[in-house]
Design a protein around this ligand. Structure first.
Ligand SMILES: [Fe+2]
Ligand SMILES: [Fe+2]
Length: 279
């Protein structure tokens, strides 16, 4: 069986079916079973799974890329359908996250962390398995663990904060991790929001797997929040890498997506709700 990646939750809807939301989730079908990477914010994961004919009861494992609500908020809805299931994540997903946003000329604090307690999710069936390092979770399926921040041009998003014992500090999202599928055509890499920096993540994957041929990259790249100079640096480095298909979503943003299309032509596609890629 071919590996098939379907975008379940995303900001945009590509077909005449499904709902968009601010969030990300991908349904992954492989010869050894199905997986769910992220769960969106909770508004569309179940309805889109039904519309797109992806049975959440068949999910063998769930992977959470990081603790933001738009990737973890759908977990209770999935658990209510699936019941007991292993959920892989970094232990820091439960930290209290904030986003400081400019809204109508004033600064607004928005809670942006996981909206549910661990014990509630466990009650619904989540069996958490935490990792901080690179691991092989199933044959040919890997999680990056924490990603070293090495490039000079990929900086933390200044709007993202963390609250510990009443103190608000910059959130560098150490819990950000991505999923890797080792396929015959090359590596498939799926980002949540790529808060560690898309290039940092790719370099970390090359270092850990010893492989540098990517069939495809998917998910949120957070390119929308880099300065134009930083974006150009990312694209310049991306061009030096062996990546056949660039299919990005979510926090990539429209302007960086247009830039990627301009640069990579037919190798680029936008991953809307309902987009399917077979490997
Ligand atoms: Fe996100
Ligand atoms: Fe995020």
């Amino acid at each position: 069986m071919k590996t098939r990646i379907t975008i379940l939750c995303e900001n945009l809807v590509g077909k005449l079916i499904g709902s968009g939301e601010h969030g990300f989730s991908a349904f992954i079908e492989t010869g050894q079973g199905n997986y769910l990477f992220d769960t969106g914010s909770g508004h569309s994961v179940v309805s889109n799974s039904l519309t797109l004919d992806k049975d959440l009861r068949t999910v063998r494992k769930i992977f959470l890329s990081h603790g933001h609500y738009d990737h973890t908020g759908g977990l209770p809805e999935v658990l209510k359908i699936k019941g007991k299931v292993e959920v892989h994540a970094h232990p820091h997903i439960f930290l209290d996250r904030l986003a400081i946003l400019e809204e109508e000329g004033t600064e607004k604090r928005r809670f942006s962390g996981i909206p549910y307690k661990k014990r509630y999710l466990e009650f619904l069936g989540a069996n958490f398995s935490f990792n901080t390092d690179f691991i092989e979770v199933e044959r040919g399926v890997f999680l990056t663990g924490e990603v070293p921040r090495k490039t000079s041009f990929e900086k933390p998003d200044p709007r993202l904060k963390i609250e510990t014992e009443g103190k608000v500090t910059q959130d560098i999202l150490p819990d950000d991790q991505s999923l890797i599928l080792d396929t015959e055509k090359g590596l498939v890499l799926i980002f949540g929001c790529a808060h560690s920096g898309m290039i940092n993540i790719i370099q970390h994957v090359i270092a850990k797997t010893g492989k540098d041929k990517f069939y495809a990259i998917f998910g949120g790249t957070h390119l929308d929040f880099l300065t134009p100079e930083q974006l150009e640096e990312s694209i310049k480095t991306l061009k030096t890498l062996e990546i056949e298909k660039i299919n990005v979503s979510h926090c990539t943003g429209m302007k960086p997506a247009f830039r990627l299309h301009q640069e990579f032509g037919d190798r680029f596609s936008y991953g809307c709700v309902g987009s399917v890629e077979e490997v």
